[in-house]
Design a protein around this ligand. Structure first.
Ligand code: NAD
Length: 424
């Protein structure tokens, strides 16, 4: 799940330099003022912390963690915390910058931030993870808070970990502060609809893309790589909407049926056996074939870098919706654009998650919780508008939807930064 080895494919360029280069390209496109450009190229604040955590054998171990705030001109920082052995500062800086653009694109009043701890949660007990989380929260508590910076789950961090963050921060202040973190369990201030929000948001932008292509949804075919939170719910929601799910895969392999997979039965099979493999309602296939399956919509919802210059010429979908972060390599992006395939970029296609995180924060601050229908309606409004603004910019500049999305987002952040002016 780490993005750092993107550098290998970009020559010597690492993931942070890649994020900066993306900004440079869009800066030229929208005529970004040189000073503002320089401002947006750097993170506002970088905090590195040493985190001692008590292990089960009574010893304590030192871990290194980071919290980076890229830009706070539009509001408090927002972004997940990643627990992974490959976390690097450059990766966290890049992810924080991408959060700035994602929040701006869906027009929620947050800046971009991200955190990470270099650790391997798979080798730690629950108690050790709790100790690490509570001490890391304490170390970064000087820069987080409901008005300052609001973490969320990311790779290998769960609602339980968010609950520990909320509790630690609350204990330090002497009262409950649910708005310090999102992605919490519903019983302590989490939001209805958060579990399906990424998939639902992705479906809403695919609906818009279908309309832009003059296509009807009923019977349109969909292939999905990944059958976890994003992929499984995308399959379920899209099937309910009338799409025909023709191929899906997970880390063990895939299943395909050109007449349409019975998604309800497939989900039951996945819960029973732990995989989509062995499902009797389709033919066995593999991950590679799922990406290249004949379909209207391809949803990569698993890993990064799965669409490359090598397989891009064989992608047969008309629309690619990036539920995953970073599934398309830059070279592949150019190939798909030249082939007239519309790629809905990750900062648009998976922004449903952060959007409902925003709703969670609003509900926590108001201590007033909404019905799921209301959440879904508001999510739809935000996603639809973001699609239309992206589409308009892409058309205007004759560029990909990815560049169009960056044009919208960067211009929005630049405007806020400029309006606030330079202090002192
Ligand atoms: P998850 O862990 O719930 O599911 C991941 C799925 O990918 C699993 O089904 C797994 O079997 C599958 N997978 C792993 N290796 C694979 C392989 N080689 N080929 C095919 N499938 C493989 O994770 P998730 O939360 O669904 O996240 C998936 C992607 O979506 C990630 O890139 C994540 O950053 C992105 N995303 C998720 C959210 C969210 O709210 N969950 C929000 C924004 C972005």
């Amino acid at each position: 799940m780490t993005t750092q080895d993107l550098s290998a494919v970009q020559g010597q360029e690492n993931v942070w330099q890649m994020a900066q280069r993306q900004l440079d390209e869009v800066g030229m496109l929208i005529g970004l003022n040189e000073s503002l450009h320089g401002f947006l190229r750097q993170p506002k604040r970088v905090l590195e912390v040493s985190v001692p955590a008590r292990m089960d054998d009574g010893s304590f171990r030192m871990f290194t963690g980071y919290r980076v705030q890229h830009n706070l001109s539009r509001g408090p920082g927002k972004g997940g915390i990643r627990f992974h052995p490959d976390v690097t500062l450059d990766e966290v800086k890049a992810l924080a910058m991408w959060m700035t653009w994602k929040c701006a694109l869906v027009n929620i009043p947050f800046g971009g931030a991200k955190g990470g701890v270099i650790c391997n949660p798979k080798e730690m007990s629950l108690q050790e993870l709790e100790n690490l989380t509570r001490r890391f929260t304490t170390e970064i508590s000087i820069i987080i808070g409901p008005e300052k910076d609001i973490p969320a789950p990311d790779v290998y961090t769960t609602p339980q970990i968010m609950a520990w963050i909320m509790d630690t921060f609350s204990m330090q202040h002497g009262y409950s502060i649910p708005g310090v973190v999102t992605g919490k369990p519903v019983s302590i201030g989490g939001s209805a609809g958060r579990d399906k929000a990424t998939a639902r948001g992705c479906m809403y932008v695919v609906d818009e893309a279908m309309e832009a292509h003059g296509r009807t949804i009923e019977g349109a075919t969909v292939a999905i790589q990944g059958f976890g939170n994003a992929g499984m719910y995308a399959a379920q929601l899209m099937a309910e909407q009338g799409y025909k799910i023709v191929a899906v895969s997970d880390s063990h392999g895939g299943v395909a049926n050109e007449h349409g997979i019975d998604v309800k039965r497939l989900i039951a099979h996945k819960f029973e056996t732990g995989s989509v493999v062995g499902f009797t309602g389709g033919e066995r296939t593999d991950n590679k074939e799922v990406l290249e399956f004949e379909c209207d919509v391809l949803v990569p919802a698993a890993l990064e870098k799965v669409i490359t210059a090598e397989n891009a010429p064989r992608i047969r979908a008309k629309i690619v919706a990036e539920a995953a972060n970073g599934p398309t390599m830059p070279d592949a992006d150019d190939i798909l654009f030249d082939r007239g395939i519309m790629v809905l970029p990750d900062i648009l296609a998976n922004a449903g998650g952060v959007t409902v995180s925003y709703f969670e924060w609003v509900q926590d601050l108001q201590a007033n919780f909404w019905e799921e229908d209301e959440i879904n309606d508001q999510l739809k409004r935000k996603m639809t508008r973001a699609f239309r603004e992206t589409y308009e910019q892409a058309k205007r500049h004759g560029v990909s939807m990815r560049k169009g999305a960056y044009c919208v987002a960067v211009a929005r952040v630049a405007e806020a930064t400029k309006l606030r002016g330079l202090y002192p």
